[in-house]
Design a protein around this ligand. Sequence first.
Ligand code: URA
Length: 205
Amino acid sequence: MNDHTPAAASTAALTWERISEAVSSCTRCPLCQGRRNTVFGVGSREAEILFVGEGPGEQEDRQGEPFVGRAGQLLDLMLAAVGLSRRRNVYIANIVKCRPPGNRDPLPEEQEACIGYLRGQTSLLRPKIIVCLGRIAACRLIDPEFRITRQHGQIFERKGILMTATFHPAALLRNPGQKGDAFADFLMIRDRIGEVCERTELVYE
Ligand code: URA
């Protein structure tokens, strides 16, 4: 019988297929009860840049892919503006893989139950840069006290990986006045890609 627990995943060799199977059958927290689909991640498994959101919303839950609703469309536009795309040269995932009801923030215990999957994805991908989309991802991955309005666009380093955070695209839809700051963050990210990424080719369509 297949054992899909994270413990089993850690003793067997880590592969994308093993993590993906473990996620799709996961019952580690109550979010599994309300999901239509798990939302594993999307993008190139060769990417040197990893974007991390907080968790799936309604459209993502329906389609099983991160950032496919209105916020996702804005994210795709901002990526395209700096030569990036989910089809080609970035990977996109979330802190939690199942939709929190009513789009509330994922609870600390839900994040804790799920974070091992993102860790597995990160160790397979070995990104040069991780970009947190919004406060929840930044607090989880960079600093529990992270203040997005004050610290967005700053660069941190954790275990040899550059880390930064910018505004969540859903927040930008609510507060369009922050789009200029977010765009400046994306330009800074593009410059850093030029400095630290070896394989990433920026493509402007
Ligand atoms: N918001 C997120 O944080 N992640 C998604 O996948 C969609 C919306």
